[in-house]
Design a protein around this ligand. Sequence first.
Ligand SMILES: Cc1cc2nc3c(=O)[nH]c(=O)nc-3n(C[C@H](O)[C@H](O)[C@H](O)COP(=O)(O)O)c2cc1C
Ligand SMILES: Nc1ncnc2c1ncn2[C@@H]1O[C@H](COP(=O)(O)OP(=O)(O)O)[C@@H](O)[C@H]1O
Length: 330
Amino acid sequence: MWITSSPDLIQTPTVIALGNFDGIHRGHRRVIEPILELTASRLVPTARGELSSGMGASGGSAPATPTGIPTVVTFHPHPQEFFTGQRRLLLTPVPEKAEYLKNLGIRQLVRLRFDADIAQMSPQGFFETIVVQQLQAQHISVGQDFCFGKKRAGNATVLKAIAAQHNIPVTIVPLYLENDERISSSAIRHALLEGDIPRANCLLGRPYALCGKVMQGEQLGRTIGFPTANLALPPEKFLPRQGVYATWVYGVGDRPLPGVMNLGIRPTVDGQQQRAEVHLLDWSGDLYDKPLTLHLVAFLRPEQKFASLDELKSQIQQDCTQAYQHLQTQ
Ligand SMILES: Cc1cc2nc3c(=O)[nH]c(=O)nc-3n(C[C@H](O)[C@H](O)[C@H](O)COP(=O)(O)O)c2cc1C
Ligand SMILES: Nc1ncnc2c1ncn2[C@@H]1O[C@H](COP(=O)(O)OP(=O)(O)O)[C@@H](O)[C@H]1O
């Protein structure tokens, strides 16, 4: 997966999905699908049953697809962050987003720098400078509510009309509704803040994940019989409601392991900073410096301040039992 913010380093020509795509949820995937279909559909079987680009065996560095490189084009910072100056936490920080996109078949992520210059561009100016010249887009896919250009003056219909002047086809993907409600990053954030993990996961179409390397803590966990791997999360990661969660843990061996995570400040031991820490059920070994990915399955309870470590210990024991029950039904 090629990731670039520099116009000079964009691999062209491209076939693009345009938007912010924070979360790569089910709605986003519908916008991305047409460009995957378009690029893959041009692959033709050879006499030996292999797939070729259909461009002839000329050797050299012919693009894998004749139409262009399947590319997702986003803005950074998020335009809302640029205008309000308020930092926006992300459901999918860049490395996580790139990983999901790669698994879908996307080959390039272009992160257009959203600055005063781009904010000033008219829809026509944006299209000609960025979409035509820099991206050399051969096909564009956007969601029905896509807006672009100065003061969001251009919408999907305007985009289609401008693109037609350049003979570039545009696919406008209708909003994806679930029980009359739009699948959106905001709805997912809301569900996560409520601790409604099944809902968040349903809207996402996959489990909400926390990814980070294991770092040292105060080494108290082992003294109470529940060692916990503390994750160094990206500071821009959007976090769900504080509390205890049943999770699947990826990154230790080939299979996911059952775990129970606490996300909070640990008031019982006078913790000061928020931490995400996971205890792997019936497992022991060294996890320091390992990158782990936690898939959230269920919120079990809010974090509490206990009067003693013994009370905390017996509650954690119950959390482990409850987490097992949730994970067994998965
Ligand atoms: C399943 C689980 C539930 C926890 N619940 C609480 C809690 O309700 N209140 C609290 O103060 N700490 C809670 N903790 C955090 C412990 O206080 C923490 O694991 C302990 O302080 C060890 O920290 P260390 O990793 O720095 O050694 C929980 C930890 C786990 C694994
Ligand atoms: N079942 C387990 N779950 C999580 N970590 C474990 C487990 N068994 C051993 N460990 C190791 O113990 C470390 C956590 O022990 P702990 O006493 O809580 O120290 P720290 O405060 O540094 O996290 C983990 O980082 C990992 O290397």
